[in-house]
Write a protein that binds this ligand. Structure first.
Ligand SMILES: Cc1ncc(COP(=O)(O)O)c(C=O)c1O
Length: 353
């Protein structure tokens, strides 16, 4: 049976009055760069913004930065439930902090960090690999400076050796934190950093060599094992102890699943820190990265801030103070939901050829 409801005249006219597209709010021009004088109804604000955003591209069709654009509805629900949690209020949200710590531990074990089951892993969630790289770079710079100071040597001209295929975040790190970027040039037919040339460029002012696992341009893995071997030999001769950072923004969530025998991670002794983007093959929406250090000794204590806003001591090492919690929770969801086995299948289907 079809039930037809006849509206009263008043109802019909109020429907008309409430029709968003017929209101003066939509017909009047909007000030573009200045805050409007008066408020507008919430439905109208929503519709105006929603419609303007229709001119954006469709995220599901965006393959530009290999960042996740789809998650299961259950995870979307968790994300919405935690949108209003400020991650930095750790006393207020201890479970969220615990979930971050679980993720850090899971990733560290995935990357073969040399930590026993009961030892604390050193790592942190970041906004993405860029922030993770800033933090890792700062740790290398500080360790190098301390060593040079202790030796009574100049410590004002630090440099970092990379391939010229590095992502822009390394140039940012170098410029923002005043470290010279020494780039190994690429050559015809060889589009990643050549470990031989990289080690040749290392000098006493080199804070670390940064290798990429999953070059942004081609997806190709650099030969971190050979780099480790050559650098160990040079370190033995010079006594410089130059370490390695691996920028595994893309490859960090691919290699452990698809190429478990490939040695590029903490199995190599000179690899002191690794970053990985949760929002790439960690299968979470934009806004999450991770950085893991090999051990406590590789992250200078003086870079860690101890905040005590809400009662207890909370150590933090991030560039920002406040940030959202939902991508951290979403990362935990992906680990818990899929486990090692399913991630292998998903990555097999979607990874770069
Ligand atoms: C190798 C590499 N490093 C770092 C980054 C920066 O990552 P994020 O966008 O997570 O800051 C990217 C991004 O494409 C990358 O490919």
């Amino acid at each position: 049976m079809v039930l037809t409801v006849v509206q009263s005249k008043e109802e019909a006219s109020s429907t008309f009055i409430n029709s968003i597209f017929a209101t003066r709010y939509v017909r009047d021009p909007l000030p573009r760069y200045r805050m409007p004088e008066n408020p507008i109804p919430k439905e109208v604000a929503y519709e105006i913004i929603h419609d303007e955003l229709l001119l954006d591209g469709n995220p599901r069709l965006n393959l530009a930065s290999f960042v996740t654009t789809w998650m299961e509805t259950e995870c979307d629900k968790l994300i919405m439930e935690s949108m209003n949690k400020n991650y930095v209020d750790m006393d207020e949200y201890p479970v969220t902090t615990e979930l971050q710590n679980r993720c850090v531990n899971m990733i560290a074990h995935l990357l073969n960090a040399p930590v026993g089951e009961k030892e604390t892993v050193v790592g942190v969630a970041t906004v993405g690999s860029s922030e993770a790289i800033m933090l890792a770079g700062l740790a290398f710079k500080r360790i190098w400076q301390k060593k040079r100071k202790a030796q009574g040597k100049p410590y004002d001209r630090p440099n970092i050796v990379t391939g010229s295929n590095v992502q822009v975040c390394w140039e940012k790190f170098a410029r923002y934190f005043e470290v010279e970027l020494k780039e190994v040039k690429l050559r015809e037919g060889y589009y990643v950093m050549d470990p031989v040339k990289a080690v040749e460029m290392v000098d006493e002012n080199t804070i670390c060599v940064a290798a990429i696992l999953g070059s942004t341009l081609t997806g190709e893995f650099e030969d971190v094992k050979l780099l480790n071997h050559l650098l160990m030999e040079k370190n033995k001769k010079t006594g410089w102890n130059t370490p390695i950072h691996v920028d595994a923004a893309s490859g960090g969530f691919i290699a452990p699943f698809l190429y478990p025998d490939l040695e590029w991670d903490f199995r190599l002794p000179l690899v002191k820190s690794i970053n990985v983007s949760g929002h790439k093959y960690g299968l979470v929406y934009a806004g999450i990265g991770w950085v893991i250090w090999r051990s406590k000794e590789d992250l200078p204590e003086e870079l860690i801030f101890h905040i005590n806003y809400l009662g207890s001591d909370q150590p933090t090492f991030t560039l920002n103070f406040s940030k959202g919690s939902s991508t951290i929770i979403a990362q935990y969801y992906q680990f818990l939901r899929m486990g090692f086995e399913v991630i292998i299948h998903v990555i097999n289907r979607y990874s770069l050829p």
